[in-house]
Design a protein around this ligand. Structure first.
Ligand SMILES: [Zn+2]
Ligand SMILES: [Zn+2]
Length: 244
């Protein structure tokens, strides 16, 4: 029995478990209430063979590629999203990131890890980096907390500072594709001393929310330039419409 297990009944007594999303009383410390679970949208099948975007049309053939991937083939090798972005997943992300409920990390990471395919060969788990100023303000990189748990769950190697953010980028929401690319140009780089680690390896790139995909694409670009073979993007919540 670990110390945490030994202390759990006491913790439960002092802090009765509450759903981190809505505050409803629940049975155990590490979950959601039934209502919040049922509101999470899990990406279904059929889905795009390149990016796993679910198709609204259930008659799509296996191996079909979605319109955004056809128009602009992604540099990543697939997206593993725990949920589709909606009110329920937004609340969880806000509680985790801005409500400082970092104890949510294991649960969110479990949901992400469950969506990853079978991993063969060597895999590194790397979080999308935060700019040092933002890291200092928030005190933690939410994607790094998820990456640590995912590495543990899937038996992969964590490289928590493999990528660095060299300049602050504005909020990308509302910017067009070209403006996003301009804002991100040169913003993300492989940490020089980690360069050799990426040669001929595979990478799980971890982000909390994948919005337009521009930030993760910038990460994938520098990882592949450093020699990474496959890069899978793993996120808790994926925004679908904004990428279109
Ligand atoms: Zn709830
Ligand atoms: Zn696609």
């Amino acid at each position: 029995m670990t110390l945490a297990e030994a202390a759990a009944p006491l913790v439960d007594l002092v802090f009765p478990p509450r759903c981190p999303s809505c505050g409803e009383a629940i049975a155990a410390q590490d979950g959601l209430c039934v209502a919040c679970w049922s509101e999470l949208a899990i990406p279904g099948e059929p889905a795009c063979a390149r990016c796993q975007r679910p198709f609204a049309d259930a008659t799509m053939a296996e191996g079909a590629i979605c319109a955004p991937c056809l128009a602009d083939p992604p540099r990543h090798d697939g997206v593993a999203a725990a949920t589709l972005y909606n009110d329920a997943s937004r609340k969880l992300v806000l509680a985790f990131k801005h409500g400082r409920k970092i104890a949510l990390a294991p649960m969110l990471a479990r949901l992400i890890a469950a969506r990853l395919p079978e991993l063969e060969g060597d895999w590194l788990v790397v979080p999308v980096p935060l700019h040092p100023f933002r890291l200092w303000r928030r005190g933690f990189n939410q994607s790094a907390l998820l990456a640590r748990e995912i590495a543990r769950l899937r038996g992969a190697t964590l490289l928590v500072d493999g990528l660095v953010r060299r300049k602050r980028t504005p909020v990308l929401g509302g910017l067009g594709k070209a403006a996003r690319a301009r804002a991100l140009s040169g913003a993300i780089a492989v940490r020089p001393r980690c360069k050799a680690a990426f040669k001929s390896t595979n990478v799980i790139l971890v982000d909390d929310v994948m919005t337009s995909g521009a930030t993760s694409d910038a990460c994938v670009g520098v990882l592949k330039r450093a020699g990474a073979q496959k890069v899978l993007v793993a996120c808790f919540a994926r925004v679908l419409d904004e990428a279109l």
